[in-house]
Design a protein. Structure first.
Length: 367
């Protein structure tokens, strides 16, 4: 196992500055997920760590050793690709063992490692089949098995689930999470799917335009985004952003919507916004911050809001309900039977303790 440290890493493709001075430390045994929109530099950064791309500046350290000048096979890493990269003319057994045989590992050790990896991944009954005889999920298990037998210091995953259907993605996420718990090796995983990032990561590293926008534990980024970009990227359905103006009066602070109506913020948040009277903001309300209001009193910081269900989208356990707030469409995530029909008026509760206020000029979260 090994820690990974990037110091001032840059990568150019002609005039395109793909990676812009990234500083990042990943602890020994940590599962770090690099996530972001297409073109943000996450795959380039991973390939640079792997040695498949040469950095144009900065240093890459794995296990305390600078590896900038080492070839990929000299870095003791294992990589799992999006397209599986299996040899079609070799059996599952031979595919998993290929790297070991190339390193002239003794056959008895090869058989032991292949058997252990196959049992761990539940593909022991597939060892004599060829890739063309396997499903997408089975092929990806073989690719992961080939990485496991290497007993590498570092595992790199480059969007390994993007070619799978939704059910298989769910299954493989579970397999990869279980694998990390069992072998406790450092893993760096690239994806554009924020659900994968949230469910797999010990730490999310969210990239934007070749730079780290924010990093931290999944719930930290979800609940405490530092920018509007982070708030908007993480979460499904996406956060609702409602234009408003702050209005202070007698120690209280309210968000006044451009289309009319206002919501008074909790006193603890109001103390942080003194002197903000008249400031324009985007009020970030996640769909999960809504609930159906009951008949009893609401706790501090939770306010009631009456709305009409413009659109309902049942998912079985939850119902995504589109309403109007501040004159714009917003999605509320409610219990399955909280709303039953289009046009129904519903009484909601909004937890203002959890909303974020974003400065539309700078894109920074101010509270």
């Amino acid at each position: 196992m090994a820690d990974v440290k990037l110091s001032g890493v840059h990568k150019y493709y002609g005039n395109v500055h793909a990676v812009r001075g990234v500083d990042l430390t990943i602890a020994d045994g940590e599962f770090a997920v690099l996530v972001g929109p297409s073109g943000c530099g996450k795959s380039t950064l991973l390939r640079t760590i792997a040695g498949l791309e040469d950095p144009d500046g900065g240093t890459i350290t794995i296990g305390g050793a600078v590896v900038n000048d080492l070839r990929p096979r000299e870095r003791n890493i294992a990589m799992v690709f999006q397209n599986y990269a299996l040899y079609p003319y070799l059996t599952v057994n031979a595919n998993i063992a290929f790297g070991l045989r190339a390193r002239k590992t003794p056959e008895i050790e090869i058989r032991k490692r292949v058997s252990e990896a196959a049992d761990m991944l539940g593909i022991g009954n597939l060892l004599q089949r060829y890739p063309r005889q396997l499903s997408g999920g089975q092929r990806q298990r073989v690719a992961i098995g080939r990485a496991i037998v290497r007993e590498a210091d570092l595992f790199l995953f480059d969007e390994p689930l993007s070619n799978l259907d939704a059910q298989l993605r769910d299954e493989m996420r579970t397999e990869i999470k279980r694998l990390h718990h069992e072998i406790t090796t450092t893993m760096i995983y690239v994806t554009h799917d924020q659900v994968e990032a949230m469910t797999l990561a010990d730490r999310i590293v969210l990239l934007r335009d070749g730079k780290i926008e924010q990093q931290g534990a999944p719930l930290e980024l979800f609940e405490q985004p530092r920018t509007g970009f982070v708030a908007g990227f993480l979460g499904s359905p996406s956060i609702n952003l409602v234009p408003a103006t702050l209005k202070t009066s007698g120690g209280c602070v309210a968000v006044v919507f451009q289309s009319g109506g206002a919501l008074t913020l909790p006193s603890a948040r109001a103390k942080l916004l003194t002197g903000a009277d008249g400031q324009e903001v985007l009020v970030g309300i996640r769909p999960q911050h809504f609930s159906r209001a009951g008949g009893g009193p609401l706790r501090d910081g939770v306010v009631s809001y009456s709305a009409v269900a413009d659109l309902i989208q049942p998912t079985g356990t939850r119902t995504f309900t589109t309403i109007k707030i501040g004159g714009v469409d917003a999605v509320a995530e409610l219990q399955a039977h909280d709303v039953s029909s289009h046009g129904e008026r519903i009484n909601l509760a909004i937890d203002l303790n959890r909303v974020v206020l974003i400065d539309p000029a700078s894109g920074l979260v101010i509270s």
